[in-house]
Design a protein around this ligand. Structure first.
Ligand code: ZN
Length: 60
C-alpha cells in the first residue's frame, strides 16, 4: 500500500511487469472475490519477490 500513482490509475492493473528487473514472472499468491464483482489478486515476482495487488473484473 502507499505506492499508488495518481497520474496513472490503471498502471497496476495492466502493468504486470517488474520495473526493477523487467521480469514478468509474477505468480499468483491468492485470488479472492471483492465487492463490486471484482477479483483481487495478490501476485509476487519470482525474481525479486516484489508483490503487487491487481483488481480484475469477474466475468460471469
Ligand atoms: Zn521482479
Amino acid at each position: 500500500m502507499g505506492s499508488h500513482s495518481p497520474k496513472r490509475p490503471s498502471e497496476e492493473q495492466r502493468g504486470l511487469e517488474c520495473r526493477q528487473w523487467g521480469c514478468k514472472h509474477f505468480r499468483v499468491i491468492y485470488t479472492r472475490p471483492c465487492r463490486g464483482g471484482r477479483l483481487v489478486r495478490r501476485r509476487g515476482c519470482r525474481r525479486c519477490g516484489r508483490r503487487i495487488t491487481t483488481w480484475e473484473k469477474m466475468i460471469g
